[in-house]
Design a protein around this ligand. Structure first.
Ligand SMILES: NC(=O)CC[C@H](N)C(=O)O
Length: 380
């Protein structure tokens, strides 16, 4: 049963719509994703914390939801906006409808509005603060309230999503590491058979862990606040810097830790991991007007000349000009807007990409990067 709702943007634009998840109210930075499939992976990606996601593909919900296609243990988005919600899924894997999935976690689902107009507005005016409500349908009041919500800029959202305790990723499951277990080199009992990787959880997607495991690594996932000394005590073969939500700049504790681990062991970063590595190397990050979110962004691999069709979800970027060319080599560039999509250090064993080689959702063109990480550890 749908009910009247209203979306209000901080710049005064409002969009009458309908809630397909019942009464509610939510707020966040409004962004759009151009992917045609993968709405469950998008909903559960911790990188979207604090954001209301609009899908440009109109029919959403048509394959339901299932327990497998998740990127974390919960829905992370602040709200979900689609053109036309499909209430009757047709998929042998479906175990629930999208509406019931959202309702079960108190997340608003909105449809019956012109999502093309909303998307074009965000493209022209930039990602911005928004409020959605079924309770307050007065445009002036809701616009005022949108302007009162906090901006994404300057907020450390990593703290809200990072694991509180270290865990191993074993056969696709999280296995918590007991309080009494020392996080030291003895942790890797099978060391010698596989490379051991400490993965910082800045909001890590499960499919990154699946890809690291598929590459043959023993993985321990640690809280974002884990210090360099604790990582050194674990004596891993490599260190992974994960994706995650929000503005990279306020995550200063992670930047400091990464800076002190440069050169210690091979480092591989994805998305927020690239941004934190860029900051640790003295670079600067900046906010893109509306970000890159979708599954068809063309990225040129400067080593091979190949164009990779990539999955992307980011609203910040590392300023290429802020990195020293003596220290950093650019490896990947976005062909749509020439933004920095990947770099490596010229002397430390450290590399990163801004896009998502693990996809989920999206194409698998860039899975080779996990093998690159393996070769870097083999050469260390
Ligand atoms: N997926 C991510 O890691 C996103 C990184 C960062 N929060 C951004 O929006 O740019």
């Amino acid at each position: 049963m749908k009910m009247d709702a209203l979306i209000a943007l901080e710049d005064g634009r409002t969009f009458p719509c309908a809630s397909f998840t019942g009464p509610g109210e939510t707020w966040g930075e409004l962004v759009f994703n151009t992917g045609m499939t993968g709405y469950q992976e998008i909903l559960t990606d911790p990188s979207y914390r604090g954001q209301i996601v609009t899908m440009t593909y109109p029919l959403i919900g048509n394959y339901g939801v299932n327990p497998e296609d998740v990127e974390s243990d919960r829905i992370q988005v602040a709200g979900f906006i689609v053109r036309e919600y499909q209430a009757f899924p047709s998929n042998f894997r479906a175990t629930d409808t999208l509406a019931d999935y959202l309702k079960s976690q108190g997340i608003m689902g909105i449809d019956d509005l012109d999502t093309r107009a909303l998307t074009r507005h965000i493209r022209n005016a930039g990602a911005m603060r928004a409020v959605i409500s079924t309770r307050d349908l007065d445009p002036a009041s809701l616009v005022r309230r949108a302007r009162e919500t906090p901006s994404l800029v300057g907020r450390d959202l990593v703290r809200e999503v990072s694991t509180r305790i270290p865990y191993r990723w074993v056969a696709g499951e999280r296995v918590p590491i007991g309080e009494d277990t020392a996080l030291d080199a003895t942790l890797w009992r099978e060391k010698g058979t596989k490379f051991s990787v400490v993965a910082f959880d800045f909001g890590i997607k499960y499919n990154i862990l699946r890809c690291l495991a598929a590459a043959g690594f023993e993985i321990v996932v640690v809280p974002a606040s884990t210090g360099a000394a604790a990582v050194r005590a674990m004596a891993p073969d490599g260190i992974f810097l994960s994706n995650g939500p929000g503005d990279p700049e306020p995550v200063t504790y992670a930047v400091e830790t990464i800076r002190s681990l440069l050169g210690y062991r091979p480092l591989f970063g994805i998305c927020l991991g690239q941004q934190l590595l860029g900051l640790a190397l003295g670079g600067r990050t900046y906010k893109l007007k509306f970000g890159h979110r979708g599954a068809n962004q063309p990225v040129k691999n400067l080593d091979t000349g190949r164009i990779e069709i990539t999955s992307q979800n980011h609203g910040f970027s590392v300023d290429m000009a802020s990195l020293s060319a003596d220290e950093i080599e650019v490896s990947h560039v976005n062909l749509n807007d020439q933004t920095l999509e990947g770099f490596r250090h010229r002397s430390y064993p450290a590399f990163s990409v801004q896009y998502h080689p693990e996809a989920s959702p999206g194409p698998h063109d860039s899975r080779y990067l996990f093998e690159t990480f393996s070769k870097m550890m083999a050469a260390a």
